[in-house]
Design a binder for this molecule. Sequence first.
Ligand SMILES: [Mg+2]
Length: 249
Amino acid sequence: MPVFLLTNDDGYFSEGIKALREELKKLGRVITIAPDRNLSGVGHSLTFTAPLRMRRVDDDFWTVIGGTPADCIHLGYYVLLDGKAPDLVCSGINEGPNLGEDITYSGTVSGAMEGRILGIPSVAFSVFGENPDFKEVARVCLDVVKMVLEKGMPEDTYLNVNVPALPRDEIRGFMITRQGRRAYVEKVLKLSDPARKPLYWITAEKFGWSLEEGTDYWAVYHGYVSITPLQLDLTNYRALEILKKTWQA
Ligand SMILES: [Mg+2]
């Protein structure tokens, strides 16, 4: 029976994590450990300048007070599992997509990234589209999990999965994609506090991604489940060769 370690960045109370937890339970043991608040956009932050406290929510279900998704996977592995690797780390289902460069901010993707750093196959799940039926989306996520358990994944890889918010039978299939590019119209809202001192709120006038064939966005836009293989090594190998030839010569 496979063991899953599950986290998210929307908080342990979110609909997405509960739906995925219920689906994963059909396949094996699910140990859930998630932040006690919405930490969307927290990235791969790890808390090492302060201690952390864990609180039990239910059987095999924990929350970390002030803990990030990376903290949760770290504590899940070293404390709850006592250093015994689970079969798969899952993160999500995030409310909203994780496409293009957005994944660099994503706590959801970073939960899977932490799993990969610990040497465990890991998958991040997000939903693209308005008013998702999380139970339906979780069923599609389970199809991906089954595929991962059956076929495995290449070493040093973790997956970024985005599922369109469609009924399962309307999804056109799976597509292996590359990371796309964000095309936001950025905006910083200017507000003021009760003492009329300025406040700023980072948002966007318009959220969007470049519609290039083969990308994560292209897939979800056309009704496919996007599966993007990611790696920890951020080296730009093309630039490495160029710099070696031009700077080192
Ligand atoms: Mg989130």
